[in-house]
Design a protein around this ligand. Structure first.
Ligand code: SF4
Length: 220
């Protein structure tokens, strides 16, 4: 059984597609994965090329878990892809029914330490992270100011209209001076934070769920 949606007529034939409908020209798919998306003069995006390599599949799945309006969907039945989307809480973007049961694994917490003993400060890292995320989001990104509180530092970031997501930086209080970064919103924000941390270098990085389980080097 499948859930059928109307497809944008310019989608490349295949399992991933953009639905036809009201479009706010958000620009998210083209920004996250420009090799697989294009858009018309009205700004309505479409899948210009279906993913054919593992890297391209990763890029496409990243779009599905970063988008705010759920326009991009998966109509295939590949068990591994259905599992990955289900684990990320995105089974609603799959046309296939029923979706095989999978444990929801939302890695929205990352524990960060400085390699080589350099110290990390909550406020300094929050400011650097905020700047780094806005730089990666380019003109799409907007961020609130840094707020300092008893539990750490926080700010909010948005890449679509006024949909802001909370990002918090806290000290773990361990001997190594590690910090934890937690966020609300889609798992795609984990990917963005991971991009920033890896580009920065010199850090130990471990992603977990909010409760600290399912530790992994990458968020997804
Ligand atoms: S993802 Fe949706 S809102 Fe954004 S450009 Fe594509 S169709 Fe428009």
């Amino acid at each position: 059984m499948t859930t059928r949606r109307s497809r944008h007529p310019r989608n490349a034939a295949g399992d991933f597609y953009v639905t036809q409908g009201c479009c706010t020209a958000c620009g998210v798919p083209e920004s996250v994965c420009p090799s697989l998306f294009d858009s018309g003069a009205d700004g309505h995006c479409f899948v210009s090329r279906q993913p054919s390599t593992p890297t391209q599949v990763d890029g496409m799945l990243r779009v599905l878990r970063t988008q705010e309006l759920d326009c991009v969907r998966y109509a295939g039945r590949e068990p591994e892809l259905l599992k990955r989307l289900s684990e990320a809480g995105e089974s609603g973007l799959c046309d296939a029914r029923p979706i095989p049961p999978a444990t929801l694994v939302e890695r929205v917490r990352v524990v960060v330490g400085a390699q080589g003993g350099a110290g990390l400060t909550v406020e300094g890292e929050a400011r650097a992270l905020r700047s780094g995320l806005l730089r990666l989001l380019d003109e799409r990104g907007r961020g609130t100011g840094i707020e300092l509180g008893p539990s750490g530092a926080s700010f909010r970031v948005s890449w679509f209209e006024a949909v802001f997501h909370l990002v918090e930086v806290r000290a773990l209080g361990d001997a190594e001076g590690k910090l934890e970064v937690l966020h609300e919103g889609p798992v795609g924000l984990s990917d963005l934070i991971d991009d920033y941390l890896r580009a920065r270098g010199g850090l130990s990085i471990e992603w977990t769920t909010r409760s600290g389980s399912h530790g992994a080097a990458r968020p997804w």
